[in-house]
Design a protein around this ligand. Structure first.
Ligand code: BG6
Length: 477
């Protein structure tokens, strides 16, 4: 093994999610997903979640960027950049429109056959997330989302159908995208997109989140086992949002809270990787008297469904200060994060911290000793189009600095990384805000926040830059 550069088979590429790119929200038998009932928002004002699709209301994901119709052209662009891997998700509602049907929707299955065939034709490895913030809305209304144990079966049915259908086309899978985002349980958005939860009583929120997360962890472990039976060569990972949390000062209380905060945000990966809850979480559940529905059978399932790798997104670090009224170091993301004065932020307030990326990769690898797969990293920014060209040097700078740190992690620190897929290689609808103008792409899409535009694709200056990064195997940055 040579550690002086990126591994030969390193999977360079890009990542999107079905609901943020495809559009065609109600075509060919597709059902309504949680993403289809969220309005547009912006920095500082959360997206509104409506009770079903309401006439006259604007929903940015309904059309997204029309990847459903443009996928051949888009994949061709990715191939031109030399992509080795392309991550997307399978929209659960294309396969099971309501989520609880006995039989899948053939037209939905056929669409992904076509997409994966095209990837394979172009020499691009598809990397597939099963649930990326797009559970069927019917499961929310009829069952209360993942607050209901029945959703374990609905998810594993969906996973089984996908594993069987694509077993010769897809090798890399992930179960739940950023399963740990819901640690921010005070956010309606986080609870709804991760777990399909609508909790109006504030005192119920935290417990409800841990209960839903438990059912998801069981569903994920079952899916890992089913997948490995269907094809022993499958590599099935979890996916966590990795935001390392720094103490604001060297005050022991800040340091202690930062450590607890990492436990709360990352126990999801502990369970996925080790097959058991860490003792710190069991102690916490007991202290809080949560009385979660966790059975011995569940614990057995968790122990037998551990993942093959840790998928992660990295955008930013967090910094935390312990408030005076928090002697037990309870973590509340909505009120304890503070600004890190050593770090600049994006226009959306996201800390730009490349060294934090190296730290994050080391932290995860030290803890799990499992290969990592960086399946999201990128820079959301307004782009200006002038004379049909877009110069996005700020995006190149962000990515360059992060790739340099990833290289340090591989070469100097010995961290094992399977690949790196940047977020939104094609501009897509922002998950957090529903805006189009928070762009991540190497390829511009002519669409505005209100959905107007030609949807034409135009490569930006970062397109050639990334093509060269891949061509030189990360030597020329
Ligand atoms: C991650 C999600 O949270 O970050 C993506 O997995 C999301 O779905 C990405 O798009 C960037 O966030 P945003 O809010 O800028 O779209």
């Amino acid at each position: 093994m040579s550690l002086d550069k990126f591994p030969e088979d390193f999977l360079w590429g890009g990542a999107i999610a079905a609901h943020q790119a495809e559009g065609a929200w109600n075509r060919d038998g597709k059902g309504i997903s949680v993403a289809d009932v969220m309005s547009g928002g912006k920095h500082g004002s959360e997206r509104v979640i409506t009770a079903g699709v309401i006439d006259g209301m604007y929903y940015p994901n309904h059309d997204a960027v029309r990847f459903y119709d443009h996928y051949k052209e888009d994949l061709e662009y990715f191939s031109e950049m030399g992509f080795k891997a392309f991550r997307t998700s399978i929209a659960w509602t294309r396969i099971f429109p309501k989520g609880d049907e006995a039989e899948p929707n053939e037209q939905g299955l056929k669409f992904y056959d076509d997409v994966f065939d095209e990837c394979i034709r172009l020499g691009i490895e598809p990397v597939i997330t099963l649930a990326h913030f797009e559970m069927p809305y019917h499961l929310v209304e009829a069952y209360g989302g993942f607050g209901n144990r029945k959703c374990i079966d609905f998810f594993t049915n969906f996973a089984t159908v996908c594993f069987e259908r694509y077993k010769h086309k897809v090798k890399y899978w992930m179960t739940f995208n950023e399963i740990n985002n819901q640690t921010n349980y005070k956010s309606d958005f986080a609870l709804f997109t991760n777990s399909g939860l609508r909790i109006h009583d504030d005192s119920e929120r935290e417990r409800a989140m841990y209960q839903a997360a438990h059912y998801e962890l069981v569903a994920s472990a079952l899916a890992v086992r089913i997948g490995h039976k269907i094809n022993p060569d499958f590599k099935i990972g979890c996916m966590v949002a990795m935001c390392p949390i720094y103490p604001n000062t060297s005050k022991p209380e800040d340091v202690m809270l930062a450590s607890v905060a990492m436990q709360r945000r990352l126990y999801f990966a502990d369970v996925h990787a080790r097959g058991a809850y860490p003792r710190n979480m069991i102690a916490y559940f007991e202290r809080k008297n949560f009385n979660l529905d966790i059975t011995d059978v569940d614990l057995d399932i968790l122990s037998k469904g551990t993942v093959d790798y840790i998928g992660l997104s990295y955008y930013m670090s967090f910094t935390i200060a312990n408030p005076h009224d928090n002697p037990q170091f309870d973590y509340d993301e909505s009120r304890m994060l503070v600004k890190n004065h050593y770090i600049k932020t994006s226009k959306w307030g996201w800390a730009i911290d490349p060294v934090g990326f190296r730290y994050a990769l080391n932290w995860l690898y030290d803890r799990y000793q499992l290969p990592l797969f960086v399946v999201e990293n990128g820079y959301g920014e307004h782009d200006v189009i002038k004379d049909n060209t877009i110069s996005d040097d700020y995006r190149i700078d962000y990515l360059r600095e992060h790739i340099i740190q990833m290289k340090h992690a591989i070469v100097e620190d010995g961290v094992e990384i399977i690949g790196y897929t940047t977020w939104g290689p094609l501009d897509i609808v922002s998950a957090g805000t529903g805006e189009m103008s928070k762009r991540y792409g190497f390829i511009y899409v002519d669409r505005s926040d209100d959905g107007t535009g030609t949807y034409k694709r135009i490569p930006k200056s970062s397109f050639d830059w990334y093509r060269n990064v891949i061509a030189t195997h990360g030597d020329v940055l």
